[in-house]
Design a protein around this ligand. Structure first.
Ligand code: NAP
Ligand code: GCO
Length: 264
């Protein structure tokens, strides 16, 4: 039974895994036996991440690559293939958010979020699918969001992108399932990472950020998630244990989507 969750001999590429959710997922995949490669935009972040991976005894390899640059992505996939073999597991994790009221958001800002959060997973998936087809199978996991299902103020671009990513996930599953390729999504709830740090900042008087209290009231488990909460789910979706799971978005949200929220 344990072997069903083994990733021994697999090459896994996690986009945007210098820190945050991506780092935790890369760690999980490595601990399950995969050879992990990752990318980010910043040399500083790469160097810091490599130190942390080494400190944890993880044999990860990092590259500088902006996931929106299709030429760079294609070269990265080729370089990974030459050194570590074809990519058998792709985690489309890299992502940004801009919290701006929609009528104040510049169109360029909207497009930047969509480029990274939706177009880039299309680019990366397109780059790895041909080898997955040749290999007789593969795993693509797209990191979706609560905003794949729900909206809220100031996150129009992000919600549009993550909603689109949910449907891109289902479409890749539909179009390439016949090649034994499984494409699923992971939908984290509210996770304590640099991306959500502004929503958890203590107030001047030392009290909790109102949004922090709001999320804990909306979560049956009454806490923010941690990147570690995603480690088991990503190994499941990357492993043979999920070979007949396809087009599914696995929400790892502590129950937010199931719950109306605590009475104020
Ligand atoms: P984070 O802490 O901001 O980390 C984002 C990572 O992506 C960093 O490694 C960043 O490194 C990289 N990145 C950003 N843009 C990139 C680009 N254009 N090319 C390559 N790498 C890029 O975010 P997180 O909270 O870990 O979130 C990771 C994913 O989970 C995102 O897709 C996010 O939307 C999603 N998510 C987050 C939460 C949450 O509550 N935190 C919940 C649901 C979904 P560089 O800056 O060095 O490029
Ligand atoms: C926000 C948060 C969320 C989380 C996550 C929730 O401003 O509402 O950043 O979008 O990042 O996507 O699942």
């Amino acid at each position: 039974m344990v072997d069903m969750f083994s990733l021994k001999g697999k090459t896994a590429w996690v986009t945007g895994a210098a820190y945050g959710i991506g780092f935790a997922m890369a760690e999980a995949l490595a601990n399950a036996g995969a050879k992990v490669v990752f990318n980010c935009r910043s040399k500083e972040h790469l160097d810091t991440a490599m130190k942390e991976y080494r400190r944890k005894g993880i044999d990860a390899t990092g590259y500088i690559c902006d996931v929106t640059d299709e030429t760079a992505v294609k070269k990265l996939v080729s370089d990974i293939k030459e050194t570590y073999g074809p990519i058998q597991i792709l985690i489309n994790n890299a992502g940004i958010i801009k919290r701006i009221p929609m009528i104040e958001m510049k169109t360029e800002e909207f497009k930047e979020v969509v480029d990274i959060d939706l177009v880039a997973p299309f680019i990366a998936s397109k780059a790895v699918l041909p080898d997955m087809i040749r290999l007789g199978g593969g795993k693509i996991i797209n990191v979706c969001s609560m905003m794949s299902e729900l909206g809220r103020e100031t996150v129009s671009a992000y919600a549009a992108a993550k909603g689109g990513l949910k449907m891109l996930t289902k479409n890749i599953a539909s179009e390439y399932g016949k090649y034994n390729i499984q494409c699923n999504g992971i939908g984290p709830g509210y996770i304590a990472t640099p991306q959500t740090a502004p929503l958890r900042e203590l107030q001047e008087d030392g009290s909790k950020h109102p949004f922090d209290s709001f999320i804990c009231a909306k979560t049956p488990q009454e806490r923010w998630g941690t990147p570690e909460d995603l480690m088991g789910p990503v190994v499941f979706l990357a492993s043979p244990a999920s070979d007949f799971v396809n087009g599914h978005i696995l929400y790892v949200d502590g129950g937010i989507l199931a719950y109306i929220g605590k009475q104020p």
